[in-house]
Design a protein around this ligand. Sequence first.
Ligand SMILES: [Zn+2]
Length: 383
Amino acid sequence: MDHIQCQDAAIAVLQSALSYDRTHHAYIFHGPAGVGKCTTALAFTKVLLCHEAQRGLTGRISACDTCASCRLWHGIADAADATRSAHPDLHLIRKELAGESIIKVLRDRKQTNIPVDLLREHMIGGTTGDGRYHEPIVGKTPALRHNKVFIIDEAELLDAPGQNALLKTLEEPPAGTYIMLVTASEDQLLPTIRSRCQRVTFGPLSEEVIAHWLDESAKVPAGSQRDWVVHFAGGSLGRAQLAVQYDLFDWAQAVVPALSGMASRQFDAALGSDIASRIDAFAQQWVKAHPNASKDAANRRGAELMWVLITQHARAELARAAGQHATLAAAQLEQRLKPWLAVIDAVHEAQAMLRSHLNMGMVCDHLCLAMNQAMAGRERVNA
Ligand SMILES: [Zn+2]
């Protein structure tokens, strides 16, 4: 667990449990996307499955790297490796697993969630929609006669029947069985699930960690693009990776000046369709890179990145205005801040419209009109 950066609080909780032999049977690892939750779950799992885990030089309990379990662990660094791994007591459940299901309906469908049948096939057992009965893997003795671990990545994607079906197992898992739910949206888990698990909180990564990754791995040269990615990432390495891979700096260069233009009455009527087509291009590229991913989910992912970009700009403008007009009376200051607050509200409205499955072009047009209206309000305040 020594290789995990910037998550000292989370590591301390897990290390303390290991030290005092007080590990919980079920955990929720929650925090922003792309900060190392699943990587930590895997590192913790390696220790739990190791037959000879011991305290290392750093004072932390570590896996021995030589026992039968550790030898099988070789080559597992991330969730994608873990999915392909041959370790019989590591069970990683994620929506992509549906692509290899023995149930044809699951195999063929778009991977938008983790359906209960996938959970039945790979963990809790029972009869699936195709009438097939599955032995509960969770009830079996660990293959290496030690522990076994189930990690559910993006656990918020478990459908309602899946969450309900999991309750009994979370209540009384068989001895030597650990369950880790990894999620960036803990609020989408049932309260009854949350109350049965110990929570481990993950925070955003530091700017230094993101900048180091940009230097060493992404090889993004120092300059405005690199600075922008560090800011845009907001402590999420996952978001930084998307920003580089999909060239979101190009989005910023088009959208941010357009937002500034609105403030001086230069409304670009084509902005809505420009934003929509950028999101569409993102989604097409995403689906190409992730066969079986749903275009709808990719659209939502792209839109979320666009909403982050716009909201971050509005927040920066709010901070700037608050600094500039610090001496104004509260009511006047509020008038100055109102337009940017309205921009943030407009983004929330766009999010809600997308959730109601409205057409992307329409949502983006509506958003731009609402933002422009907010800016017109600012003009009146400044006049
Ligand atoms: Zn070992």
